[in-house]
Design a protein around this ligand. Structure first.
Ligand SMILES: Cc1cc2nc3c(=O)[nH]c(=O)nc-3n(C[C@H](O)[C@H](O)[C@H](O)COP(=O)(O)OP(=O)(O)OC[C@H]3O[C@@H](n4cnc5c(N)ncnc54)[C@H](O)[C@@H]3O)c2cc1C
Ligand code: HEM
Length: 367
């Protein structure tokens, strides 16, 4: 099954965009009621689905790695309004799209292999969704919107019920300005008794949701918030010091972890590299300096790519500056920021000699 799925997928992969288009067209024609679950603009969704499919095909013979991915995906689909009866038409549409582009590579055996693979995937997602007893989403009202820069806002939301998360995790959000376009944001504080959530949002160029949040969101807006995900954390008992590398609003999860650690007297040493293109991008530096002032285990290192007015700061990309200090081989490393920043930092650290299993970052492959 694994071989047949991989070989036939390799045939259609060069035309993946067309496969995705055919897949959604077929899905919406055989099950029109499914269309309204999806956003009007399907561009991001098509990319995310394809990335997930590639990941699944790569991992199909590694259930110990694929399992957690599928379970999270299945749980996460509850917030889209997806229920078990949707899985059959989706499977039919997927097989029909692959068949269309596989040409002569599509045989009865290949069809059976895909049907078996899809059943395994759908079963794992459905079982995880059924086992999840928490709400599929929470609603939260925007109570604060502070513009820290032209392209950056700090927003605060009061959920109807506290949303459970661990410091360092991220939540998915849907904002009223962009219905059905869910995006990930990381709370920037540790969970508070009153449930208040704080997000730091940077408007990315041509960004559908981030630009709406920075420019249009206002008090009274009601957001939907999906369940927490993510692996960034500090194990205080691991006996290892920590390096945090945060680009832009990638600071948010690190700040939540640092605030959490600050509740304890005894902590590992933490070096927090906080980077931006210019000094103005380091929007939360004074707060970090305050934290470092009262927590001797915390060292904050501001990094700017190039800014003549910030001569006292380390200059270069985060990847340049962090690896200038060596491999940090005895540390646990947490990395957070844009996909490009995570990619370059992790690859440069690996070249510098940092062991891969010491580096943690949240997957940006779905984005
Ligand atoms: C685990 C995780 C946690 C996140 N936490 C935060 C957070 O706390 N604060 C925050 O502001 N954002 C965060 N993001 C990014 C956020 O989820 C969105 O991807 C981002 O806001 C862009 O969404 P959009 O709808 O505006 O852009 P889209 O309309 O989805 O994309 C528009 C264009 O921007 C590019 N793009 C998408 N994401 C980024 C990015 N992060 N950086 C640069 N270019 C991008 C796309 O490739 C595309 O070309 C997080 C992402 C992940 C995966
Ligand atoms: C093989 C099974 C499936 C895979 C691999 C898959 C994959 C994905 C991925 C990767 C995302 C983006 C996740 C995110 O934004 O957090 C997504 C979103 C979504 N999926 Fe699926 N999915 C599957 C089954 C289904 C089914 C059966 C339905 C129902 C018809 C469905 C409907 C949706 C919807 C409505 C979204 C949100 C779209 C958006 O916000 O842009 N999915 N899916």
């Amino acid at each position: 099954m694994v071989r047949l799925v991989r070989e036939s997928f390799a045939v259609v992969e060069p035309q993946a965009d067309h496969v995705a288009e055919a897949f959604y067209a077929t899905l919406f024609s055989i099950a029109p009621e499914i269309r309204e679950l999806f956003p009007l603009n399907m561009q991001v969704q098509r990319t995310r689905f394809l990335r997930a499919l590639v990941h699944i095909v790569q991992m199909i013979d590694r259930p110990e790695e694929l399992g957690p991915f599928l379970r999270q995906l299945g749980r996460d689909h509850r917030k889209f309004g997806v229920v078990s009866r949707h899985y059959e038409p989706l499977g039919m549409a997927l097989l029909s799209a692959i068949k269309k582009f596989a040409g002569g590579a599509w045989t009865v055996e290949v069809e059976h292999a895909w049907a078996e693979a899809y059943t395994i995937v759908a079963r794992a997602m459905l079982d995880a969704a059924a086992a999840d007893e928490g709400p599929a989403w929470w609603t939260a009202t925007l109570v604060g919107h502070e513009r820290r820069a032209r392209d950056l806002a700090v927003v605060r939301l009061q959920p109807d019920h506290p949303v459970p998360y661990l410091p360092g995790q991220y939540l998915s959000v849907e904002v009223p300005q962009r219905p059905r376009l869910w995006r990930y944001l990381s709370p920037a504080t540790l969970p508070r008794p009153d449930g208040l959530l704080e997000f730091h949002v940077r408007a990315v160029q041509a960004g559908w949701v981030s630009r709406a949040v920075v420019a249009e969101a206002q008090p009274g807006d009601v957001w939907r918030i999906g369940p927490a995900m993510g692996r960034l954390r500090v194990d205080r008992n691991a006996g290892r010091d920590v390096v945090m590398v945060a680009g832009g609003t990638g600071l948010a999860p690190m700040r939540a972890i640092v605030e959490d650690l600050a509740q304890w007297g005894d902590n590992p040493r933490v070096h927090l590299f906080f980077g931006g293109r210019v000094r103005a991008d380091l929007y939360d530096l004074s707060h970090l300096y305050n934290l470092a002032g009262s927590n001797p285990w915390l060292t904050v290192v501001p990094v700017v790519e190039s800014d003549a007015d910030a001569a006292t700061m380390q200059q270069g990309t985060l990847a340049d500056v962090v690896t200038r200090y060596g491999a940090w081989a005895d540390r646990d490393i947490l990395v957070s920021g844009s996909p490009a920043m995570i990619r370059s930092t992790v690859s440069r650290m690996l070249v510098a000699g940092t062991p891969l299993d010491r580096i943690t970052y949240d997957p940006f492959t779905l984005d």
